[in-house]
Design a protein around this ligand. Structure first.
Ligand code: OXD
Length: 316
C-alpha cells in the first residue's frame, strides 16, 4: 500500500513549537520525494483539500470529517492524548498518535524532581534576601538513594525510567496490567491494584496517566493517604486522574512534601485556584512536552512508521 498524497495542517496558533515551518516540510519532501505534499494553515483550506488526501497530519480532526474524506487512509497527529483527534467511527481510516514525547517530558520531570531534591525554591528565596543558608541543604537527598514510582508506565514512563536509572534511582512502574517484557531501566513492574503497597516506599510519585473515562479519579483519597511522609508527587499526564481537593488536602494537612504539577482538572488553571497560593507547589502550564525539538521528533516518528509499513508490506 502506498501513500501518494499527504495533506498537512500542523499550524498551531497557541504554541509556536507545535507549528511546522519550512524546514520541517522540506525534511518530509526530501524523505518522500514521490509523494505530493500540500500544506495549509486554515481550516477552510484543509476541508477543501481533504476529499483528495490519502494521509493527513493534523492537530485536530472531528469524527464527522471522515465522511467527506473518501480517499483518506491514515491520520497522524503529534498529540499523545486522544483528546483532539477522533478515531474514524467506521474503522476504515487508521489514526496514529504521537509516542515520542517521553524524550522531552522526562527532562521536564527531572527538572521538577531536582527542584525539590536540591531545594531550588529555597535558593531563590534566599537569593532575594541575600541569605547564605548553607544548612538549608543538610536534609537534601540524592536521587541515587531514592525510589521513584511511575504510575502509567507506558512508553513515556519507560523513557523517563531510563533517565532516572542513569541517576541511580530505584524505579517501580505501575500499569493497569502487566504483560510483555520489562525493560532493564524498570526494577519492578506492578499492577495498579498493588499501588497501595508501594506508595509508602516511594520518595517521588509520578503520574503520567492518559486521560479518558478509565483513568478519571483513579488516584483516590486512600492513595494520597498511603504516600510516604515528605514524598513528592508529580502530574504530567492528565489532571482528571484525581480530585484536586484531595491533592490540596494532602498538600495542606497531609504528608505530601510538595507537588510538581503540569496538568489540571481545568486548563488553563483558574486564577482563583488555591493551588497557585500553595507553598511547595511548582506549577507549569501543560508545557512538559513543549520544546523546539517537538515537530522534528514527530516527523522522525512519522517517517519511521511509513518505513515500517513499507518494510513489512502492511496495509495502513
Ligand atoms: C499530548 C499533550 O500530546 O498532553 O497529549 O500535550
Amino acid at each position: 500500500m502506498k501513500i501518494t498524497n499527504i495533506l498537512i495542517n500542523l499550524h498551531n496558533n497557541a504554541i509556536a513549537a507545535f507549528s511546522n515551518n519550512q524546514r520541517h516540510i522540506e525534511r518530509i519532501r526530501k524523505a518522500l520525494p514521490d509523494v505530493r505534499i500540500s500544506v495549509v494553515s486554515e481550516k477552510a483550506d484543509f476541508m477543501e483539500k481533504l476529499p483528495e488526501a490519502e494521509c493527513a497530519l493534523v492537530w485536530s480532526f472531528k469524527a464527522d470529517w471522515y465522511a467527506s474524506a473518501h480517499k483518506l487512509k491514515a491520520v497522524f497527529t503529534p498529540a499523545a492524548g486522544h483528546d483532539w483527534v477522533a478515531a474514524d467511527p467506521s474503522g476504515r481510516v487508521k489514526t496514529f498518535y504521537g509516542s515520542f514525547h517521553g524524550r522531552i517530558m522526562r527532562e521536564s520531570l527531572l527538572s521538577m524532581i531536582l527542584y525539590f531534591n536540591r531545594r531550588i525554591g529555597t535558593s531563590l528565596a534566599d537569593q532575594q534576601i541575600k541569605n547564605w543558608g548553607r544548612n538549608n541543604y543538610s536534609n537534601c537527598s540524592a536521587l541515587f538513594s531514592q525510589h521513584v514510582l511511575i504510575i502509567g508506565c507506558g512508553s513515556l514512563g519507560i523513557s523517563t525510567a531510563e533517565l532516572l536509572k542513569a541517576f541511580g534511582a530505584r524505579v517501580t512502574g505501575v500499569r493497569r496490567s502487566i504483560s510483555g517484557e520489562i525493560p532493564p531501566c524498570v526494577d519492578r513492574m506492578i499492577p495498579f491494584d498493588r499501588l497501595e503497597e508501594y506508595l509508602p516506599l516511594a520518595d517521588h510519585v509520578v503520574l503520567v496517566l492518559p486521560g479518558g473515562k478509565q483513568t478519571r479519579g483513579i488516584f483516590t483519597d486512600k492513595h494520597f493517604k498511603a504516600i510516604k511522609p515528605g514524598a513528592f508527587l508529580y502530574n504530567l499526564g492528565r489532571g482528571n486522574c484525581y480530585h484536586e481537593e484531595d491533592l490540596l488536602y494532602a498538600l495542606k494537612f497531609g504528608q505530601l512534601g510538595g507537588a510538581g504539577l503540569d496538568v489540571f482538572e481545568e486548563e488553563p488553571l483558574s486564577p482563583l485556584s488555591p493551588l497557585w497560593e500553595q507553598q511547595n507547589v511548582l506549577i507549569t502550564p501543560h508545557s512538559s512536552a513543549i520544546s523546539q525539538e517537538y515537530i522534528d521528533l514527530f516527523i522522525q516518528e512519522l517517517l519511521e512508521r511509513f518505513q515500517m509499513f513499507e518494510t513489512v508490506n502492511q496495509d495502513y
